[in-house]
Design a protein. Sequence first.
Length: 272
Amino acid sequence: MSAAVPPTATAVVTPRAASPLTQSWVLALRAVTLLKRDTAEISGAVIAPLVFFAGFYVPLRGVMEQRGVDYVQWLPPIVVLQSMLFVAMSSADAIAADVQQGMFQRFRTMPLGRLAPVAGRLGADLCRAVLALAAAIGTAAAFGFRFGAGPGAAVGFLVLAVVFALCLAVGCIALGLAVGNPEHTASAMLVPQLLLTMLSTGFTPVSGFPGWIRPFVRNQPVSQAADALRALATGGPTAHPVLVTSVWLAALLAVFTLLAARALGRTKGGPR
């Protein structure tokens, strides 16, 4: 006969009893704590939109207004998207550093769910995206940008921007896991980031590009997202651009999730 459990005994919750959601939350808090200690990262998230906005608005405002474009309303979507891209790229650097420094080897010794480190990273990315988005909108508002399509469209603008950041973060996490080196990861992301932002409708209407490249400029995902955010901010038809952007993001998320799962499985020392 087994010994009776004393009535004062309490159940001990072991790490294995923690749910995947709890594990992800703990790892997200870890990433946010590291972010809070990184003053350069926080300063960059706040200052970058100001530098980026002023760097394009000041020299191009007169030229664009001569073409009938209200540049203070035209430019903010690409400033927001650029800020979201920086969030995703920083996520790749962080997870590549974790791989390089052996954090995934440590995770393997813990009773963690397979996806908990990635989910935790995305939780921290959500915090960074909100901070960067607030800085970008605040900067644009200081120059005169206003939401003119009502509060519902403004909320849609904010939600779409954050979803854009998280979707790209999944792809960048896949790259960080596969490369496992922050310097190489940054180099691999530089050209696609410049290509998609500079050759987009974020800075100028598609009519400002040579005819041979306009199909690419008009239909690539950053242009579609910029057009959707612009419609949500200033009014006009929003259903089509938002739908097209949502399809783009869903397709990219599906591909990025598959790549991240494969990269996680191949990562040396990755969670079981």
